[in-house]
Design a protein. Sequence first.
Length: 629
Amino acid sequence: MNVRLQEKLQHLPEKPGVYLMRDAQGQVIYVGKAIHLKNRVRSYFQAAKNLTAKTQALVSHIDDLETIVTDSELEALILECNLIKQHKPQYNIMLRDDKTYPYIKVNVQERFPRLVITRRLEKDGAKYFGPYPSAGAVKETVQLLRQLFPLRTCSRQMMEQRRRPCLNHHIGRCLAPCSGEVEPGTYRAMIDHILAFLEGKTDELLRRLRAEMMEAAAELDFERAAERRDQIQALEQVLEKQKVFSADQADEDVIAMARGLDQACVQVFFVRGGKLIGREHFFLGGTAEMEPAEILTAFVKQYYSRTDYIPEAILLQAALEPEAEAVLITQFLRNKRGKKVEVRVPKRGDKKQLIDMVAKNALLTLEQTEQDQQRKKSMTEQAVLDLQGYLHLDEVPWRIECYDISNTMGTETVASMVVFEGGAPKNADYRRFRIRTVEGPNDFASMQEVLTRRFSRARAETEEIEAGRLDPMSAKFAVLPDLVIIDGGKGQLSSAREVMHQLGYGGIATFGLAKENEWLFAEGNPEPIILPRHSKALYLVQRIRDEAHRFAITYHRQLRGKAQLVSLLDEVPGIGPKRKTALLRHFGSVTAIAAAPERDVAAVEGMTVELAEQVIAHLRKAQAAQANR
């Protein structure tokens, strides 16, 4: 333990709060909360025999710590969840990658809201529903709602610019708020129906629609009455497919789990109005040596800190622990919902049978996922072994690096380096390079620059590590590849090998991949190595090449887009850095500026009507010229 850490342990606050533990590289490796920070943090630094293996491993990597004092333990709980999501610490139980799950967003603060599919949860006052298990599931839900209710689908900017209804209005799919065809109150009532559906309050929604149908019929508004009748029939057809799970018609989340080696699968069944409306599964990593209660406690904290809707009851397979934590989480759930939330563990009856069914589903999902993972691992590792045989390599090419060059007529030339280990991409080791010393479309010289920079850094880092000045874990280029693939033919390969020999890395197996026939070429051998057409080795090489190409193209487009962005606005007289920044901050893009009304552009800070006219005219002229190329 270093002196700095010892001093911090002696001066820990005796208050509630959150603590962050960092390793020697400054990375947050654990986040926790405590009602008494001093006692809780110091408990980690006791005799090793009193600690679990996982805690011992954590303590051995702690180089520094930070504490954040809060006014209450409840505030500490909320902050802990947010920090875990932000830092993704290595030693916390982690709800994996919630961003991969799509949500339905309804911005209720707009006058005429629409449904938006998003993968980002933001504190912007909008309502979020989900997460959904797949993009297909969320698209199906949105499509159903758009069939039931004539919502606008255009963006806010398009709606404000439009003066006449679009085709959707003429076919009955939009109420045309863009042209004032509908009052905000009428549109808001429709949004309330949609929110009720998304919250699972389908019985309440049907009652509303039936009441509106009867009211419209009484007023002899038979067209509106027919619309409500069609909506009711469509909803009833959807609800017929939903199985009744609870006679008390309650809103419940039913949560159970299954454990693997170092991961757990948590299954959630969503019961709304007594009917099952959907289910989700989530994987949590870092669960080795953890009890089910501890895993479920971590899941409940992280999941409900991210989701917008809290049901009236949460049924769990095991009780939250410890008891003080259970009380705190229940209080957090009640505060977020604004009403009472019951968290309990059914011991008998229908609810217990429901828990058992969810647990079985969790186990099936876990087994299927682990089988898929094992199959993919076997396939990729076999592909690596096959590639070793085809290329006659002395050692297994466990780490493969592939390089690609991308440019447009020699401008904004970039290169990519992608890394595969064991046949799978290692995204953390990907690198991209902006070519500095080469002018014009010279891929050979560009490849030489990239490999010079890559292997020069490898040599420098190796020297630093040997001298004890660099931690090997912090090195970015010191780990050498077993195999290098150059995306290009004999010329590219020759340029690459020249550099590698000069820097002392000529012993690394290197092959050029010809783009047309996907043949591999080795140095000094004019004959190509042709991998069997349907071999795993060929698929692996193609995947690596495609990934290098994608990574290079993405970076090139970013740079090219920035260059075009800057040049277009800089060409307008009177538009300096401040006005350019203000315009981009307000509209978000050059395209949006060009499409905006002059009054909106003139309203931006620092702009005038005359300048707005010049900006829009210049941008639209540039767009037209680009379209005619």
